[in-house]
Design a protein around this ligand. Structure first.
Ligand code: ASP
Length: 319
């Protein structure tokens, strides 16, 4: 079996660092921001700007993931996201604030390009955690959001090609990647956000892990934060992001916590050996981890003012 993992702490000391506490722990430059996939780089750079202008970790992740929601070249998130098998773009997004353990989410939202903004409004302006479908759309309108075209030209063309090949609408869902982001500010606040169009050609109403608290994302200032990408059904079956954070609470490093959680997914009885899942996580001390089942997973990491995209190289599993 394959595994991929990358982790670290130790970045260089510089002005404004935390963590020089005489414990031997490496000094950490803040903020630390980690995102899934190479398109996470633009999200990290935007999140960094938000921190620079005095925003909170929650502001940073919300604005950060909006970069992909606005980009029609990204076929798995926001405007640009591929539709369901009926040709409708249904978007899922969530935010979670590790300072308050509060969050908000929308599922199967239609007609709005920035589901993450609406998810934040669910958290702040409603007594609820999750709104779905027509209810989410109604809430968005009540909050003053205007409807927008969400089917990009590229997504429409791809759908037309697919439906021609599958005129009965029967075909495997394909093409999926979530932008998940976790940010840790210099004040110790941690927030997470996820946004996705789910799986291309999915059954209408299908919801994966991404907008579900504890599955696609979780954060707790006293421990750390985690976000997921991959086959949502499988990530949800192990409550993936919550499990990573809880293992970190019990003393695992982000890398160990992710690896154990990936093992839970791999080892589920009857699991498809081709299952895909990946996590990125930050701990409250500024260390980070990333791991994936399968190849081709990349993540974006920002420490202080330095941002890089890193490939998680599959390796032979130890032991
Ligand atoms: N986890 C997402 C979902 O299942 C898709 C992905 O991140 O690849 O909707």
């Amino acid at each position: 079996m394959l595994r991929g993992a990358a982790a670290g702490v130790g970045f260089l000391a510089s002005a404004g660092v935390r963590g020089q506490d005489g414990s031997g722990r490496a000094a950490v430059e803040f903020p630390v921001i980690i995102s899934t996939w190479p398109f996470g780089k633009a999200a990290n750079l935007e999140a960094l700007k938000i921190f620079d202008s005095g925003g909170t970790a929650l502001d940073a992740v919300e604005r950060g993931v909006m970069t992909a929601e606005a980009n029609p070249a990204i076929s798995t998130v926001g405007y640009g996201g591929f539709p369901n098998k009926a040709g409708i773009v249904e978007l899922d997004a969530a935010v979670f604030d590790g300072s308050t353990l509060d969050g908000g989410a929308v599922c199967a939202l239609t007609g709005f390009r920035h589901p993450v903004q609406i998810a934040r409004k669910v958290m702040e302006n409603s007594p609820h955690l999750i709104l779905v479908g027509e209810g989410a759309n109604l809430f968005a309108r009540e909050q003053g959001f205007s409807g927008e075209e969400t089917l990009s030209d590229g997504a429409r063309a791809a759908y037309q090609k697919w439906i021609k090949k599958h005129p009965d609408g029967q075909g495997e869902p394909e093409g999926h990647d979530t932008l998940g982001q976790v940010a840790l500010g210099s004040d110790g606040s941690i927030a997470a956000a996820c946004t996705t169009s789910g799986m291309a050609w999915k059954f209408p109403g299908r919801v994966g892990d991404s907008p579900i608290v504890g599955h696609g994302l979780y954060a707790d200032n006293s421990v750390g934060g985690c976000v997921a990408t991959g086959i949502g059904e499988e990530i949800s079956k192990v409550c993936g992001s919550f499990l990573v954070v809880e293992r970190m609470r019990q003393g695992a490093t982000p890398d160990e916590a992710i690896e154990e959680t990936l093992d839970r997914i791999r080892n589920r009885p009857g699991q498809n050996p081709a299952v895909q899942a990946a996590f990125v996580a930050l701990s409250s001390n500024g260390s980070w981890g990333a791991g994936a089942i399968g190849s081709n997973f990349h993540y974006a990491l920002t420490r202080g003012n330095q941002t890089e995209v890193i490939e998680v190289t599959p390796q032979q599993r130890k032991g």
